[in-house]
Design a protein around this ligand. Structure first.
Ligand code: SF4
Length: 359
């Protein structure tokens, strides 16, 4: 029966009205009816399958606000994967995130809607590479960004995310009694962390294809065009971008900043969906470009989430012996006391003289 808004049945219109309020700046009235039907179908399938959907901050708004049971950054989602009682986890994110969920919840069925949802950083390094690095730097702890495959995590002492990387590096140096730490695979994250600590950093040449494309010149242009706007950058960006920004931090830290300060105009130097998703909760804030799209994250759609739950595919598995080793590294990170607020990268006090050894 089509007697609700947009020709939807009254029930579908009622169930999806709160979602529409959050996505209406990004979804057209022409697109909405089919998306609303999919949202209702996915939420019904979740109950039937005893499933939860973990949706990363870079998912499109209709996924983020419409079907995500837990939303957030890599660290937050990894913790939710472990806490959840559901039998099935659907990772609305990329493959390494699904592997991390499997590592933390080996008894649950972990599904990803598209196996090609990869990550340039995760693909930049293998477990064999890490074994060679360890041979070259014996005795140094290996801190690995969570954006890595399970076989890399299995060779790792402790994982980190951009929200806790400085804290983890300093913890590892203290635990191992050393003044240098291997921090892989993101070169820019490593350089930005090095600027925040006295611990020496050995880095790898991995890059995020979304964040490496921003430049200091982009920030200068934005400042000239929008003098009142506050500029927030992700630590996977090059150092000159962070230095020119007003604030630098993980997606969780950026969200907290915008929610707390509600600046009139803000620029988020990160993946495009970040701004669209926060905008749903703070409509009074004016979000200005530029942003870059992650082609891997954008492989996840409402359609393939629905198919994933209908067909119970694609299941993500990790060999048992790899799970045991990788879980140690992820759990060590989770067990560290959480920072009171997600760490910010203070580029005003940055130690730009710190040399990073690039392998
Ligand atoms: S945004 Fe960058 S780090 Fe995140 S999944 Fe895409 S390529 Fe990987």
């Amino acid at each position: 029966m089509a007697d609700g808004m947009f020709g939807l049945s009254e029930r579908t219109a009622r169930e999806t009205a709160p979602v529409w309020e959050k996505v209406k700046d990004h979804v057209t009235p022409i697109e909405w009816p089919s998306q609303a039907e999919l949202i209702v179908e996915i939420n019904r399938l979740k109950k039937e399958r005893d499933a939860v959907i973990l949706a990363h901050n870079y998912m499109t708004p209709e996924i983020f606000h419409g079907v995500g049971d837990y939303v957030g950054d890599s660290l937050g989602l990894a913790k939710e994967a472990a806490r959840s009682n559901a039998k099935v986890i659907v990772q609305a994110g990329v493959h390494f995130m699904a592997e991390t969920s499997k590592i933390l919840s080996p008894d649950k069925t972990v599904l990803i809607p598209d196996l090609k949802a990869g990550c340039s950083l995760a693909e930049a390094i293998t477990g064999a590479d890490v074994r060679l690095i360890k041979q070259r730097y014996p005795g140094l702890p290996v801190v690995t960004y969570v954006n890595t495959t399970a076989d890399v995590k299995a060779e790792t002492d402790i994982c980190c995310t951009s929200a806790n990387a400085v804290q983890v590096v300093e913890w590892a140096a203290k635990e191992w009694g050393v003044d240098k730490v291997i921090l892989i695979p993101d070169e820019f994250l490593a350089r930005n962390v090095a600027a925040q600590t006295n611990i020496g950093i050995i880095a790898w040449k991995g890059r995020c294809i979304v964040h490496e494309r921003f430049t200091g010149a982009d920030i200068a242009e934005m400042r000239a065009a929008y003098p009142g706007a506050e500029i927030l950058a992700h630590p996977e960006c090059p150092e000159d971008v962070l230095s020119a920004a007003d604030f630098a931090g993980s997606t969780a830290a950026m969200t907290d900043y915008v929610m707390a300060k509600k600046p009139k105009q803000v620029v988020l130097i990160t993946e495009c969906s970040m701004a669209s998703n926060i905008k749903g909760d703070v409509p009074e804030v004016n979000f200005i470009g530029p942003c870059n799209m992650c082609p891997y994250m954008k492989r996840i759609t409402l359609e393939n989430i629905r198919d994933c739950l209908l067909n119970m595919e694609y299941e993500v598995t990790v060999p048992e012996e790899m799970i045991a080793k990788a879980a140690l590294a992820v759990q060590r990170m989770i067990d560290l006391p959480p920072p009171a607020v997600p760490a910010r990268y203070d580029m005003v006090k940055a130690k730009h003289h710190v040399a990073v050894e690039l392998i």
